[in-house]
Design a protein around this ligand. Sequence first.
Ligand code: SF4
Ligand code: SF4
Length: 335
Amino acid sequence: MSYDDKLTEEVKKYAAGLGSCLTGIANAGVLNEALVEGFRPEDVLPGCKSLVVMSLHIPDGSLEILRRGKSRYSYNLFGYAYINRELDFLIYRMSCFLESQGYATTPIPARGAAIGAAKKGYGMISYRHCAVAAGLASFGLSGIALSPEYGSRQRFVAVPTTAPLRPAERLLDQKEVCDGCLECIGHCPAGAISLNPPHECKMRGKTFRYARSDYDKCIHVSRGLSTKAWKGAPFNPKVDVPFVENPSGDLLYDQLWNKRDGALRVSEAAEATYGATICGRCMAFCTAGHNAMKRRLRPDQQETGWTDDLGFSRDGTLKPLPTEAKPLGKELLGI
Ligand code: SF4
Ligand code: SF4
């Protein structure tokens, strides 16, 4: 396939001008092979050749204040609800730009498609896989797409298009971004992510291994239905709603939601509460994200602010977190 290098450069420049922190191009054929039927680029846009992948950095402070169990509000808004609005802006503008160049696109909103999707927990397309295929990130053992620049601390989106854009030359190895510390799994209060056995995904001759996730278990905790979420923190839910295997959308968003801790429903702005997470621990405790923040801080800021390596433990106390690779992490990453 021949690529349009001029348009590729224009697209990247346009994305940077919109504020995208990391921008890259994924080849649709690579993702057609890697993703399951019904959720491939070809399924959302017939004739799709490329995906423009863009991202926005989640402010470190939003995750650091969460990591210490002080407040979840900053992360809920600037790591989830509000940042999704900004991501929708990138998607909308990039779709219009590509269409103005005479190419077809499918703009997929940054959130919400998982509700009522044909396959539980699936959006129309996996932005994480798009980010890996665009050479911007690789899978952490958590399953989150980690970048060298920000670790876990960004959100990715992708615009499928029929434009023949030049894709990334190289995909990143997992060991280039993940420390193998398994803090993500150890801090999950729902036991929702497991490496026993890991999930495997192949792209361009590389095999990526990462945790399988149990959508129901994660949703139960992260939607505020369990007091296991942030034990000891002031914003921890006060009510335990019984776990239901495979809840229907109606049950989850009506009956179970209404049994939730009333304070969670009424104490915050609707935008930050609806669909926003009570948990986020797998992202907040990711060592790669915390270390990426420290690398980006100027030298005279290395011993100040959020650099003390403290985290809110599962036992409800604040203590320094271990960062060294665990044997299973080393084995899976080949380090
Ligand atoms: S959001 Fe919370 S419950 Fe869900 S996988 Fe991450 S740590 Fe586990
Ligand atoms: S917490 Fe550690 S093992 Fe988990 S994704 Fe982050 S760096 Fe990798």
